[in-house]
Design a protein around this ligand. Structure first.
Ligand SMILES: Cc1cc2nc3c(=O)[nH]c(=O)nc-3n(C[C@H](O)[C@H](O)[C@H](O)COP(=O)(O)O)c2cc1C
Length: 361
């Protein structure tokens, strides 16, 4: 008997076909790299376990395109070619298990953990992160645009199947997009066209570096859920632009630090609390759209796809809690999963590792 036939049907995205519609969403887990930011066997084992556990697509989280953009100290550094051999070893180990494997590229901007923070405007991040970032010069913006392109090329060279650009959750790209974090008076601030310019330019740079056929997805916020943030109306306009730009898929999330709705929704949030945002985006584009946010059980994930609200679902914490979540669901053994709640826990406990407190997203 086929359990959850919609969730476990293949999906074509860009030039790849994933065996099911379940993406392990990007999570900056802050371990599994050495002091240079090169991935170690620990990260390889982490992903191999989830690939073996039947997930169709996976993303390495927190791939930093530039030293100024490290969100947390122990994330993959993608700003130099020396990172490629270790990435390649991880890709080769994971490849045996039939999962489509990608990397999320990000720059933390004012939400980076260190003191050399940069941002579109010198405004501190709301909540959690301390310190005032330095305003980026036009030259530095260009440098960061190229950093995204160069990091993308490295990911392709390492053998990854795709990349995702993190334009959500209040990190650098989202800081350019949102009026409340971008007070610039030049061509990168003010109007919608100016605020999306950094994202559009870095996508051009990426395309030059990786070629026409390499799938590039983008994670956007459907709503920042904060005053004067990036809202649904502009997100829908952006979605159309991104489709025209040739992105392979859109992944719709929500929230920034300090927002009314949390990016990593706690147990009092409704299951699938951001799905309506993906649904709204899906009505505007014909490329695949991913829904995310407290999708905890396969019945619900299957229903999202069956009802056409999204083409695929992204799941985070349920896959931290149980690497075999997907295979257990597919074979009708979901009640045997390790954590029935997969909510309200610290990921340090879930991974049995000593980590920084989670501010992540
Ligand atoms: C430990 C942790 C780290 C995260 N890091 C990222 C990240 O680097 N990039 C990102 O887009 N989302 C990040 N997120 C958010 C998840 O991708 C996901 O959207 C969120 O956890 C909601 O999904 P869930 O309810 O299935 O966990 C993180 C979440 C957690 C729990």
């Amino acid at each position: 008997m086929i359990h959850y036939p919609h969730l476990f049907s293949p999906i074509r995205i860009g030039n790849f076909t994933a065996k099911n519609r379940l993406l392990m969403s990007a999570m900056s887990i802050n371990f599994g790299v050495d002091e240079k930011g090169h991935v170690t066997d620990q990260l390889t084992e982490y992903f191999t376990a989830r690939a073996r556990g039947g997930v169709g697509m996976m993303l390495v989280g927190g791939g930093a395109v530039h030293p100024t953009g490290l969100e947390l100290p122990h994330l993959p550094a993608l700003w130099e070619d020396h990172s490629i051999p270790a990435l390649k070893r991880m890709v080769n180990a994971v490849r045996a298990h039939d999962a489509i494997f990608g990397v999320q590229l990000m720059h933390g901007g004012r939400k980076s953990y260190h003191d050399n923070k940069v941002a579109p405007s010198p405004l501190p991040a709301p909540a959690v992160v301390k310190g005032i970032p330095r305003e980026l010069t036009l030259e530095e913006i260009k440098e960061l645009t190229h950093a995204f392109g160069d990091a993308s090329r490295r990911c392709r060279e390492a053998g990854f199947d795709f990349i995702e650009i993190h334009a959500a959750h209040g990190y650098l790209i989202n800081q350019f997009l949102a009026p409340n974090s971008n007070l610039r008076k030049d061509r990168y601030g003010g109007s919608f066209e100016n605020r999306v310019r950094f994202l559009m330019e870095l996508l051009d740079d990426i395309r030059c570096e990786v070629g026409a056929d390499f799938p590039v997805g983008v994670r956007i916020n459907g709503e920042d859920y904060i005053e004067n943030g990036f809202g649904l109306k502009e997100a829908l306009k952006l979605a159309v632009l991104l489709e025209r730009k040739g992105v392979a898929y859109l992944h719709v999330s929500a929230g920034v630090y300090g927002s009314r709705q949390l990016t990593i929704p706690p147990m009092y949030a409704a299951q699938g609390c951001f799905v309506h945002l993906a649904e709204a985006v899906k009505l505007k584009v014909s490329i695949p759209v991913f829904a995310a946010g407290r999708i905890r059980v396969p019945d619900f994930a299957d229903r999202i796809i069956r009802e056409g609200r999204a083409d695929a679902v992204a799941i985070g914490r349920a896959l931290l809690a149980d690497p075999a979540f997907a295979e257990k669901a597919r074979t009708g053994r979901i009640l045997q999963r390790k954590c029935q709640a997969t909510i309200g826990f610290t990921y340090a406990n879930a991974l049995n590792a000593t980590l920084l407190p989670s501010t992540g997203g």
